[in-house]
Each structure stands twice: as structure tokens, then as C-alpha cells.
Ligand binder design. Structure first.
Ligand SMILES: *[C@@H]1O[C@H](CO)[C@@H](O)[C@H](O)[C@H]1NC(C)=O
Ligand SMILES: *[C@@H]1O[C@H](CO)[C@@H](O)[C@H](O)[C@H]1NC(C)=O
Ligand SMILES: *[C@@H]1O[C@H](CO)[C@@H](O)[C@H](O)[C@H]1NC(C)=O
Ligand SMILES: *[C@@H]1O[C@H](CO)[C@@H](O)[C@H](O)[C@H]1NC(C)=O
Ligand SMILES: *[C@@H]1O[C@H](CO)[C@@H](O)[C@H](O)[C@H]1NC(C)=O
Length: 429
């Protein structure tokens, strides 16, 4: 009798517990399950857009125009920056030009700008995305100086003359980063318009400051992997429901012949494969609170010797190899992978190369494909002409162009992604 009762009790508990473990996320939240994204019980595969400049626009109408264009192109996920930090010395200029800023640094601490020129602009983007059926990947900081990334934390907290990797090791910097992460996560953690949190854009041991000696997995100290673990665990402690990813470029830590390539008959060890950059794609993806993989492709900017006599690789082939390698690694880890950024210069190069890359990404079941970067025409603010920051300009209504923007008028390239979006939609059932 007693044992019968406890059996019932145990069975009951077991059901409750297994329901607890299997708990569905709130409606409209995307989940990573058995190597796939799942949304409201259906698979979710997508083509996405990169647009860091969207929260930098000052006109709400232009935000709508852009989302509408994305929706028309079949875009389901927008990746943008959840950071925009300025130095105290930039404040006067920012107020004059209307520059969006969320963090203002003027001492070892920063102040949060929740005002109309600050997080209210990001709020507007996050809220509006949902009206167009789009979800957002939000990155917490940048490896590079653009829009105020790691370098501001390093310079203000650790002081001048430090190496870039102190960002991952200095406890005061981690505390400051987490304070910002907490502000952002708490602001949007109930929103189904967030697709995932991203710990950093393109984390590396070096940034615009040089690397220190004790960062790379190749040196026996996988500082970046440790940081990914600590920060993904921290974000999970704040938000049990949204997915978390690294935002990394996808560098491997491989050994021997796999750690490089041949050039003119000589073996060249390569930071994309030998662990020198800081990431260890396979180990990082295995972390409990990293829900899916990201990687980027910029062979023209990473290698000077592709497409030349003496090398075994063209830009196109190098990208194909990189795509296959990440698809294989993600399949092994049992987690989804997204091709999160990629670009080649020139319209003809894009026309020649993107179809092959996109085809292979589709064939190898990438859950997401996000070219760098989305281009928008017909923006109206400031008469369509405005300096945002750095070389980022609106020109005759066109969004900033770093040579990689894809606008609707570039029909052949535009349609590569529009068609891929249809394929992904067909695989979302
Ligand atoms: C930054 O700090 C300096 C020195 O303490 C001060 O003079 C200046 O007003 C501050 N600027 C801002 C924007 O807080
Ligand atoms: C603040 O910005 C100014 C101007 O860009 C730069 O010279 C200075 O080094 C920055 N300070 C810090 C601590 O990053
Ligand atoms: C191409 O790679 C092979 C090894 O896979 C190497 O033996 C050969 O020398 C390479 N070719 C050139 C031109 O570097
Ligand atoms: C196309 O790619 C080649 C090789 O990577 C490069 O040399 C060339 O400048 C690119 N074309 C344009 C228009 O950028
Ligand atoms: C498309 O629009 C962009 C941005 O205004 C412009 O630079 C380009 O010349 C236009 N035409 C084509 C065919 O790319």
C-alpha cells in the first residue's frame, strides 16, 4: 500500500518534473531543440538582415519604411547592436547631431541614457519589429571600437596601455559589462520580438588594441571560452527563455594539417583554424547556455593571397570550405548554426559568389542566413542626407554603404536572398 502510494507519488512527481524540464517557452519565443529552431511548435528557418544603423535613425517613419522593405524581402530576423556608447568628450557633438547613445562614459563608470535619444530609440525598433513579423538578435558589445565597444571599458576601467584581452579577464570590466547586460536584458526579457542575446560582436583576443600573451586556446589559456561560459551563464540567470549565442566569427582550434593551408607548397598556420584568434568553435558551441552557433565570412579581408597563383583557394572556394566546416561542426554538436555575416566587395563579385555560398548554406541546413548588410533606399530624415558617425552617411536617402550594402535596386543580388527566404519559409513547418 505504502509502496503503491509512493509509486503513484513518484509517477506524479516524474510527470511534473519532466514537464518542468520540457517547459515550453512563452508563446512567440524561439527555442533551440535537437539542432533546430522551433517557434510555436513549428520549425523556424530564415533569411535575416544585418542593420546596425536602424536604431541610429532619428525618424520613426524611416524605421517603418525599413521594416516594411525587410518584410517584403522575406526577412524574419534582424541583427542589430544593443550597444551605442560614447565618451564624455563626444557628448556635445552627439547632442547637436542627434546621434543615438545608450551609454555615456566619463569615468570608470558609465551612465545609462534611457531618454528619447537613447534607449527609447532601441525600444521603438524592438516594438516595431513585431508589427512586421521580425525578431531581433541583439549584441551587448563590440570587439571593435565602432559605436563604443570593448575599448571604452578597457580604457576607462583598466587604463591606457592595456592589451585588448583584459576585457575578458579584468573583474571590474566584467562587472561593468554585466551591469549593462542586465539593463538591456531586463528591459526586453518579456518581449517575443527578441530572437536571441549575443554576448559580443566578433570577440577576439585582439581588437583595435593588440592581444596579450595569455588569451588564445593555442597558448593553453582559453580565456575567451571561459568568458563565453561565464557570460552565457550570467545571461541565463537573468532570462530563462530567450536563446543566447556568442556572435563570434567561428574560429576553430584545430591541430596539425587542419590548422592551416598550403601556399606555394609551404604550410601556413592560420588563425582561422589554429586557435590564435581566441575562439574554439567546437568547445564554445558545447557550452550549456550557448544555444546556437554563429560564424562570419570575409575571405578578401582575411587573406591577401586568395585568387592568386600559388594558392589552392579562390575567395569563392574558401567560403564554401568554411561553410561546410561549420555545418559539420554544428551537426556534431547537435545545435543550429547561422551564417551570421558575410561579404565580398563589388557588385560583380557578389553576383558571382553569393549564389554558391547561399546554395551550400541551404543544402547544409543552415537555420539562418544573414548577409552583411541590409541596404535601404528612400530614407527621408534630414532630406535623406545625414552624417550618422564615422563614415556612416545617409546619401540621397540610401542607408550607409561600406561597399557591402545590398539595395533593392541591385536586383540580381537582392533576389538571391529573396529566393533563399522562400526556401527557408518552405522549411518552416
Ligand atoms: C566629464 O568629466 C570632466 C572632468 O571631470 C568634466 O569637466 C565634464 O563636464 C564631464 N563631461 C560630461 C559629459 O559629463
Ligand atoms: C574619449 O574619446 C576621445 C576622442 O575620441 C579619445 O581621444 C579618448 O582616448 C577617449 N577616451 C577613452 C578613455 O577612451
Ligand atoms: C595545394 O595543397 C596541397 C596539399 O593539400 C599541397 O601539397 C600543394 O602544394 C598545394 N598547392 C599549392 C599551389 O600551394
Ligand atoms: C572582386 O574581387 C577581387 C578578388 O577578390 C578583387 O581584387 C576586386 O577588387 C573585387 N572587385 C571589386 C569591384 O571590388
Ligand atoms: C542603387 O542605389 C545605390 C544607393 O543609392 C546606388 O549607389 C547605386 O548606384 C544604385 N544602382 C545600382 C544598380 O546599384
Amino acid at each position: 500500500m505504502r509502496s503503491f502510494l509512493s509509486l503513484i507519488l513518484l509517477t506524479f512527481l516524474g510527470v511534473v518534473l519532466s514537464q518542468g524540464n520540457d517547459a515550453r517557452p512563452p508563446l512567440g519565443f524561439v527555442q533551440s531543440k535537437n539542432g533546430k529552431f522551433v517557434l510555436n511548435g513549428k520549425l523556424f528557418n530564415f533569411v535575416g538582415a544585418n542593420s546596425y544603423w536602424l536604431p541610429l535613425l532619428t525618424s520613426k517613419e524611416d524605421v517603418h519604411t525599413t521594416f516594411k522593405e525587410m518584410q517584403g524581402a522575406g526577412v524574419k530576423v534582424l541583427r542589430t547592436w544593443g550597444f551605442n556608447a560614447i565618451n564624455g568628450s563626444e557628448l556635445a557633438g552627439a547632442l547637436e547631431s542627434g546621434l543615438t547613445y545608450y551609454q555615456l562614459w566619463n569615468s570608470t563608470d558609465w551612465t545609462l541614457n534611457e531618454g528619447p535619444q537613447g534607449l527609447k530609440r532601441l525600444d521603438y525598433v524592438v516594438d516595431t519589429a513585431g508589427q512586421y513579423g521580425i525578431k531581433i538578435i541583439l549584441a551587448f558589445t563590440n570587439n571593435w571600437v565602432g559605436y563604443g565597444g570593448a575599448e571604452l571599458y578597457i580604457n576607462w576601467i583598466a587604463g591606457a596601455g592595456k592589451t585588448h584581452d583584459v576585457f575578458y579577464s579584468d573583474p571590474a570590466i566584467t562587472k561593468s559589462y554585466q551591469k549593462y547586460v542586465k539593463a538591456i536584458v531586463n528591459r526586453y526579457k518579456n518581449s517575443p520580438n527578441i530572437f536571441a542575446w549575443e554576448l559580443m560582436n566578433e570577440a577576439r583576443c585582439l581588437g583595435d588594441l593588440p592581444s596579450g600573451p595569455n588569451c588564445a586556446p593555442a597558448s593553453g589559456t582559453p580565456l575567451l571560452s571561459k568568458w563565453y561560459k561565464a557570460q552565457s551563464d550570467y545571461v541565463r540567470s537573468l532570462d530563462p527563455n530567450h536563446m543566447i549565442t556568442t556572435g563570434g566569427e567561428g574560429h576553430f582550434f584545430w591541430q596539425g594539417e587542419n590548422a592551416g593551408y598550403y601556399y606555394d607548397g609551404n604550410f601556413v598556420s592560420d588563425y582561422n583554424f589554429n586557435g590564435q584568434a581566441g575562439e574554439d568553435f567546437d568547445a564554445d558551441l558545447a557550452l550549456e547556455n550557448i544555444d546556437f552557433a554563429t560564424y562570419h565570412i570575409y575571405p578578401e579581408y582575411w587573406y591577401s593571397n586568395l585568387n592568386h597563383p600559388g594558392t589552392n583557394w579562390t575567395v569563392k572556394d574558401w567560403g564554401l570550405k568554411w561553410i561546410q566546416a561549420h555545418a559539420d561542426a554544428a551537426a556534431k554538436a547537435g545545435k543550429p548554426v547561422i551564417l551570421e555575416e558575410f561579404g565580398v566587395s563589388g557588385l560583380q563579385n557578389k553576383t558571382d559568389i553569393y549564389p554558391a555560398w547561399v546554395d551550400l548554406a541551404l543544402k547544409t541546413k543552415h537555420a539562418g542566413i544573414l548577409p552583411w548588410q541590409f541596404g535601404q533606399l528612400g530614407l527621408k530624415e534630414s532630406g535623406g542626407n545625414r552624417v550618422i558617425k564615422y563614415a556612416d552617411l545617409l546619401v540621397d536617402g540610401a542607408s550607409p554603404n561600406d561597399g557591402l550594402a545590398i539595395y533593392r535596386n541591385q536586383t540580381t543580388v537582392w533576389n538571391i536572398f529573396k529566393n533563399a527566404a522562400k526556401v527557408q519559409e518552405g522549411r518552416s513547418k
